[in-house]
Design a protein around this ligand. Structure first.
Ligand SMILES: O=P(O)(O)OC[C@H]1O[C@H](O[C@H]2O[C@H](CO)[C@@H](O)[C@H](O)[C@H]2O)[C@H](O)[C@@H](O)[C@@H]1O
Length: 375
């Protein structure tokens, strides 16, 4: 396959950046296509768009950059201003459609009663709180204990945008599912990509599945170029997540958001096989392959020997747009459900909600206690 042009790729199938629906309480335009025709991965060649449309698209991305992940400053202001009760009311109304997994725990345990539960957990914003510096986003000791305990009772995997080596416990799918370390499967390949037999840090035999491995040199190259292009922007921070690159702008002044966006898209114009998605104050650059957290969940269920069975209940807990792919997979297969971690109302394909990582921890503890009681 030609990585520069994206032609003849058996895996390229995504056509648009997966941007989730905007939060009900936020108003921003969701871009409907790539900000730059150069980023396009469709096999049909795009005719460059007139400047005006480009500007509108860029404005959509800029709105998104401002709206994503309210800053702590704004949250603090919210606490002290009168609007707080309005926000609470909006949140309460929202939970009619996305009930709290804590309040609905009895219903969840009833459903899980006769089934085998499998847990999939996102990392940032789910197991660790969102902080300014990604290096400081650590799980608390209590959370780590709760995750470990749950993992001793249920098959559990962490599925994160980060690289796998940043958290090498449990089964782990890093780089948005593009770097999976899972149990040794019965079959040796999936989607034509071979698994590599390896051992984890404890010496246990595992399978490595890396559907984007051929993009590695390109990702390394683009990481360098992006780093170079944003290095003069105060607060911009790069993160190498192996099969994807994060450009963080959480600590960039809002006036410079535009600059970050234009620098990033300018670099990506030379890489039609890479796409740009947007998370919580972060741009994520990744290969255009038909692989995401939803596919990773399916892959892991299969690896765990749980995909054929009717009596399996997969639960996915996550807070971000990329987690929506996993929520969708569970919703579509009608076998398990997603739990969205959010303190503000948001449209989602999840079924239940939890406010923040503290509630996630509580939920994990309740699951573990329920399991121990019932066996
Ligand atoms: O899939 P995830 O595990 O949720 O990873 C998504 C990105 O998470 C991290 O960034 C986010 O958390 C940081 C630490 O709290 C925060 O500073 C940043 O603004 C958030 O976007 C991670 O650093 C990224 O590389 C991941 O892609």
């Amino acid at each position: 396959m030609d990585l520069k042009t994206g032609l003849n790729s058996p895996v390229i199938a995504d056509h648009l950046p997966t941007l989730a629906l905007p939060a009900a309480v936020m108003t921003f335009t969701t871009p409907t296509s790539f900000p730059s025709p150069g980023l396009c991965l469709n096999t049909t060649k795009k005719i460059p768009l007139p400047g005006k449309i480009e500007e509108v698209r860029a404005a959509g991305w800029l709105d998104l950059m401002k709206a994503s992940s309210p800053t702590r400053k704004r949250q603090i202001k919210d606490v002290i201003c009168d609007a707080q009760s309005d926000l609470d009311l909006q949140y309460c109304n929202w939970t009619v459609n996305y009930p709290s997994a804590l309040i609905s725990f009895e219903a969840i345990s009833d459903l899980a009663g006769s089934k085998r539960l499998a847990l999939f957990l996102d990392y940032d914003g789910t197991l660790s709180p969102i902080v300014d510096n990604p290096e400081n986003a650590l799980m608390s000791d209590e959370m780590r204990a709760a995750v470990r305990h749950a993992a001793s009772l249920f098959p559990t995997a962490i599925i994160s945008g980060r690289s796998r080596d940043k958290l090498n416990e449990l089964y782990y799918a890093g780089s948005h599912g593009m770097d999976i370390m899972g149990p040794v499967r019965k079959t040796t390949d999936s989607n034509g990509v071979e698994c590599i037999r390896s051992t984890d840090v404890h010496g246990k035999e595992v399978n490595l599945f890396q559907p984007a491995s051929e993009f590695l040199p390109m990702i390394t190259e683009v990481y360098e170029k992006l780093g170079e292009s944003v290095k003069d922007i105060d607060g911009a921070r790069m993160e190498d997540n192996k099969f994807c690159v994060s450009v963080h702008y959480r600590n960039v002044a809002e006036d410079d958001y535009k600059k970050v966006f234009h620098r990033v898209t300018a670099v990506l114009e030379g890489y039609p096989c890479l796409r740009l998605t947007h998370g919580r104050k972060v741009f994520e650059v990744r290969p255009v392959i038909d692989w995401n957290k939803g596919k990773a969940v399916e892959f892991l269920l299969e690896s765990l020997g749980l995909s054929e069975s009717e009596d399996v209940l997969p639960i996915y807990v996550g807070d971000d747009r990329t987690d929506e792919d996993a929520f969708k997979v569970l919703k579509a297969s009608n076998r398990g459900f997603g739990i969205l971690v959010s303190s503000i109302p948001k449209e989602s394909d999840a079924f239940y909600s939890l406010r923040d990582p503290a509630e996630v921890m509580e939920f994990l503890r309740m699951l573990a206690a329920w399991k121990e009681q019932s066996t």
